[in-house]
Design a protein around this ligand. Structure first.
Ligand SMILES: NC(=O)c1ccc[n+]([C@@H]2O[C@H](COP(=O)([O-])OP(=O)(O)OC[C@H]3O[C@@H](n4cnc5c(N)ncnc54)[C@H](O)[C@@H]3O)[C@@H](O)[C@H]2O)c1
Length: 399
């Protein structure tokens, strides 16, 4: 039996790893240890996913007792490096949630530890496993529009989704790196992967346009006198999983899941625009906004031989159109898939844990991929803070 352990028993770890591993691989893989600050959360995993898991409140104790082959890291982003490095030092492979980490210094720590250990860090970029994006990769890499010249990528988070990042730890940049790291890591990775390239320089502008700025950090939906009028009211009591993992676990460490989205302590942006120049010559314009009436992303790329456009709206079939320079168009209809993140999570689990050797689209992401996408966000944040263009050459040890 292959043994894996988990650091961070939150919603993502439950949905992505605990459930999928038990449902698909319980005869060959056991999630033998779960480390978290909250016993209540870990017990939810044990009751509802893998009953063989054991709760630990100490990471080192867990590794020594369980002797796992791999460690899954799903704690808040700024803590990833701590457990990734420890796991490597114990001689374990690591499966790390995105973003791999949140700063240049932490990227360097992980890289050094990985080199020294001879073990491997895999970053779980689930967008690489979504059918419409797999088709986009196949077309772009296959030369459907020639060499990439310009890319426009727009990501719209809808109101409930966008607001959710302002309710808890994400809203402080020290925890998440801000959205240009926490969220955009997916999007920068996607562009890097599609182009097989990375930015040479990054310039950005951003604002906190809607959320934050108003109330003290203790305000929360559960006890809010304005809950009836607020369009961002989030009822933590109605969904069993949310109630069990968060409200019932508050007694363990005081983690509040339904903080007010207008808390003054929020120091991250909700309205971001980035321009990046890639080493091979393509130029990217990108935006991420967090207060839209619907959720979608739109990607377009013009290359030497034509233009490709893709729109994905959640729960709707997607379409890719290739416009050839001779006036022809080719349309690809991609039916939506079932499962979380458009079936991307399931496919990713199969690739990482199922022992698949073939990887024709190069979908498995390494620490180098993790670093490239984190650093695009880090460079964008630096560009905003210092009001200048930031160059990859400023990070010679990483990029
Ligand atoms: N790929 C995706 O689509 C996707 C989606 C959501 C979240 N994520 C990533 O997954 C990770 C977890 O996100 P989440 O939404 O489940 O967050 P969460 O807050 O629900 O879960 C984090 C867990 O870590 C625990 N924790 C916090 N500090 C800890 C510490 N010092 N030691 C041990 N445990 C600690 C918390 O108690 C909590 O159980 C994040 O890195 C996030 O970026 C990825």
């Amino acid at each position: 039996m292959r043994r894996f352990v988990l650091a961070g028993a939150g919603h993502r770890a439950y949905e992505m790893f605990a459930l999928n591993l038990y449902e698909k691989y319980r005869d060959t893989i056991v999630l033998s240890g779960i480390f978290d600050l909250s016993r209540t959360r870990a017990e939810y995993f044990i009751k509802n996913a893998d009953p063989r898991s054991v709760f630990y409140d100490d990471f080192d104790k867990m590794i020594k007792a369980e002797k796992p082959e791999g460690v899954i890291v799903a704690v808040p982003d700024a803590l990833h490096d701590k457990y990734v490095v420890k796991a490597l030092e114990y001689g374990c492979d690591v499966v790390c949630e995105k973003p791999m980490t949140t700063s240049a210094e932490k990227c360097a720590r992980i890289l050094q530890a990985e080199k020294k250990s001879g073990k491997k860090v895999t970053v779980t970029f689930n967008l690489r496993f979504v059918p419409v994006l797999m088709k986009l990769k196949e077309l772009v890499s296959g030369g459907a529009v020639g060499a990439p010249l310009t890319v426009h990528y727009e990501y719209l988070l809808d109101n409930p989704h966008g607001a959710d990042y302002f309710r808890r730890w994400h809203r402080k940049a020290e925890n998440s790196g801000g959205m240009l790291v926490h969220k955009s890591t997916h999007h920068f990775d996607l562009v890097n992967w599609l182009l097989d390239d990375a930015p040479r320089s990054v310039a950005a502008r951003a604002r906190q346009s809607l959320y934050g700025q108003k109330y003290d950090s203790g305000k929360r939906c559960l006890t809010c006198p304005e809950k009836k009028e607020c369009r961002f009211y989030f009822d933590i009591t109605t969904q069993d999983r949310i109630r069990n993992l968060y409200l019932d676990a508050e007694k363990d460490n005081g983690y509040v899941r339904d903080g007010c989205v207008f808390a003054k302590e929020a120091d991250i942006y909700d309205n971001m625009a980035v321009c990046a120049e890639y080493h091979k010559g393509a130029v990217l314009t990108y935006s991420l906004t967090m207060f839209n009436p619907y959720e979608a992303h739109r990607f377009s790329l013009t290359g030497t031989d034509g233009r490709i456009e893709m729109t994905e709206r959640y729960n709707v079939d997607s379409e890719i159109t290739v416009f050839h320079n001779d006036g022809r168009t080719t349309v690809y209809k991609i039916p939506k898939d079932t499962g979380t993140h458009g079936g991307g999570d399931r496919r990713l689990i199969e690739m990482v844990f199922g022992g698949h050797k073939a990887d024709p689209l190069k979908s498995m992401a390494s620490s180098a991929d993790g670093i490239r996408s984190v650093m695009t966000g880090v460079m964008a944040n630096k560009s905003i803070a210092e009001n200048r263009i930031v160059f990859a050459s400023e990070y010679p040890e990483l990029l």
